[in-house]
Design a protein around this ligand. Structure first.
Ligand SMILES: *[C@@H]1O[C@H](CO)[C@@H](O)[C@H](O)[C@H]1NC(C)=O
Ligand SMILES: *[C@@H]1O[C@H](CO)[C@@H](O)[C@H](O)[C@H]1NC(C)=O
Length: 300
């Protein structure tokens, strides 16, 4: 059989899995764990709650699908069944047989598992991607809360999470120009971008979020960005890491699909991608490839 042509480089893939209502039968569950390697399967067997085990299994299946797609060309294994994954010392999954410029990362939140993969080839052999998903909402605060009540609830929330932010970010969030929904939106997008950076850096919690400063490169307001459902769009951010301007990063942000009518994006689930060491994000929006958890197994 002729080898499939390699996908063009650089490549960035974004997939989202909706786990709503996914309750695999015992038979299906055997197939799910059989699709993973024994170490992954053992890890998943240790979860106390089946829901957590399912979300984790979904993440592992998605990781394999993403890596296999980036490494495409191997028709015998289009789904990553034969991929051997190791973990780095810090616990990050990695191809046992590394390919230059290939990396993937996964994030879980509520009903969603999202994952991104990059294929940069030898132009950027050490390129890394990090992904995070958050919901733009404060627990207990519904979207119709009155401005005064909501502002004070949001202020309390931001105080509780002040350690995530730099002083400049905290000051910007308190601008009287920002209503409460705009504050929530700015806060969570900032947080998601930071988590994505930390995940791309791969240092785990060693890198404090308050050492990362995130601002729009043109000095604009994050809350003004339009979040398109089902795609991520490149975002020009200026980033400092421990006080030093960090070059060579690219970012993209977008929202997961929803059936709800949202006021000021309140309640939207947002995906942030950070790619290190490459001018490799395409300038156009990147569509999210959507799956349902049940289909993920069938794709293999
Ligand atoms: C908010 O108000 C709108 C319009 O009155 C209503 O349709 C919606 O259900 C309300 N949402 C919540 C969470 O109360
Ligand atoms: C994503 O990146 C973080 C940070 O390096 C790592 O801990 C996690 O294991 C990664 N997840 C996957 C599925 O690659």
């Amino acid at each position: 059989m002729a080898a499939q042509a390699p996908l063009p480089l650089p490549l960035l893939l974004l997939h989202a899995v909706d786990c709503t209502g996914w309750e695999p039968s015992p038979h299906t569950w055997v197939a799910v764990t059989a699709a993973l390697d024994p170490i992954e399967a053992a890890r998943i067997a240790r979860f106390v709650f089946p829901r957590d085990a399912r979300a984790s299994a979904c993440g592992r299946l998605l990781l394999r699908l993403l890596l296999a797609t980036v490494l495409a060309g191997n028709e015998a294994d289009p789904c990553g069944l034969d991929l051997v994954l190791h973990r780095t010392e810090r616990g990050r999954p990695q191809l046992a047989d590394p390919a230059p410029g290939v990396d993937a990362n996964i994030s879980h939140h509520g009903r969603w598992v999202v994952g991104a993969a990059i294929g940069c080839g030898s132009d950027a052999p050490d390129a890394r991607v990090g992904i995070d998903v958050v919901t733009l909402a404060v627990r207990g605060l519904d979207c119709n809360a009155s401005e005064t009540d909501a502002l004070s609830a949001v202020e309390t929330y931001l105080t509780d999470f002040a350690s995530v932010l730099t002083p400049a970010e905290r000051a910007a969030l308190r601008s009287p120009k920002l209503g409460w929904r705009a504050r929530v939106k700015t806060f969570f997008i900032t947080w998601a971008v930071k988590e994505a950076i930390v995940k791309a850096l791969g240092d785990g919690l060693a890198y404090g979020l308050a050492n990362i400063d995130v601002a729009l490169a043109d000095g604009g307001v994050l809350a003004d960005m339009e979040l398109t459902r089902g795609v991520v769009e490149p975002l020009q951010l200026s980033i400092t890491l421990s006080g030093k301007v960090a070059d060579g990063w690219a970012f993209a942000v977008g929202a997961l699909p929803t059936d709800d009518e949202l006021v000021g994006d309140y309640g939207a689930s947002v995906v942030a991608l950070a790619v290190q060491s490459a001018d490799m994000l395409p300038p156009e929006p990147i569509p999210m490839v959507m799956h349902h958890a049940a289909d993920l197994l069938q794709s293999r």
